[in-house]
Design a protein around this ligand. Sequence first.
Ligand code: KG4
Ligand code: ZN
Length: 340
Amino acid sequence: MIPQKTYILGIESSCDDTSAAVLCNGQVLSNVVASQKIHEQYGGVVPELASRAHQQNIVPVIDQAIKQANISKEDLHAIAFTQGPGLMGSLLVGTSFAKSMALALDIPLIDVNHMQAHILAHFIEEEDATSPDFPFLAMTISGGHTQIVKVTDHFDMEVIGETIDDAVGEAFDKSAKIFGLPYPGGPLIDKYAQTGDPKAFPFPKPKVGDLNFSFSGLKTSVLYFVQKQQKENPAFVQENLEDICASLQYTIINILIDKLKKASKQTGIKRIAIGGGVSANSGIRKALKDGEYKYGWKTFIPKFEYTTDNAAMIGIVGYLKYLKKDFTDMNVVAKARIKF
Ligand code: KG4
Ligand code: ZN
């Protein structure tokens, strides 16, 4: 029997954010995220440092999530955790902790696919948000992934397009590094782009077939462009930062929207949802909204705190699986690579 109030603890530790959330029947009671500042000085996530930081953060983060939810750990009905994909050392921390805690409390354990969670974040119950009806297209854009997924049901998903090399978040972060900006550079490019001219510097769009993406060539052309300009004017980046950021962001958004248009046309689906860290980008949010009157789309953009890595999205998958009694056992292991 499903209890009237089902409390699920979600744990996320796939990359560089340690997060824990408590949900009651699909509503978020708490969602605590400890981001790891240590990676900034290295210009990217250092896996070994990430897993050490998860070790330090996991107990206080879970403790805080339970306190903020105003429950005690004995009230929990199940524990959901990110099984993968992600960094192995990071995943191991959340996986081992979830297994031990479920064993100690004698409650079910639920394995969650991180990429599915970015999509199912749209089903977190919020007063002012509606969830997409099926079928819909989900574009998951993050530091690790770039995918277009056809979602026929909560757990019936098909990847219909994905990157063949870098993820879109990497295109933002690696270009930002070339501009001398700290990691993660995506939010900073977004900030500087606000006051720049998006047509100042045309960057080439990759030619990749079907619904797939490629971003490594864009990063290389950004590098060559900056090196060439700096030969003539060493202060080129500082003097043109806003225009460079606006132009790069404009190119990336065009790449993403072009593929979405193609996917919508091919499948006949006009409900479009986005998820993943890059969907926090103000330009992509605006371009998507514009798609409502330009292409007749109905778009779904998650709340800011549910776009970047967070445990609330792990909790909602946990709840949906709990309703189906889809539990895992103590033999479950973390998986760096995992399909839907
Ligand atoms: O989903 P996420 O938190 O972690 C992964 O699973 O990768 O995504 C992080 C990525 C980073 O590449 C970061 O630069 C990017 O999301 N990001 C943004 C913005 N906010 C975060 N990229 C562009 N504009 C933003 N506003
Ligand atoms: Zn993610």
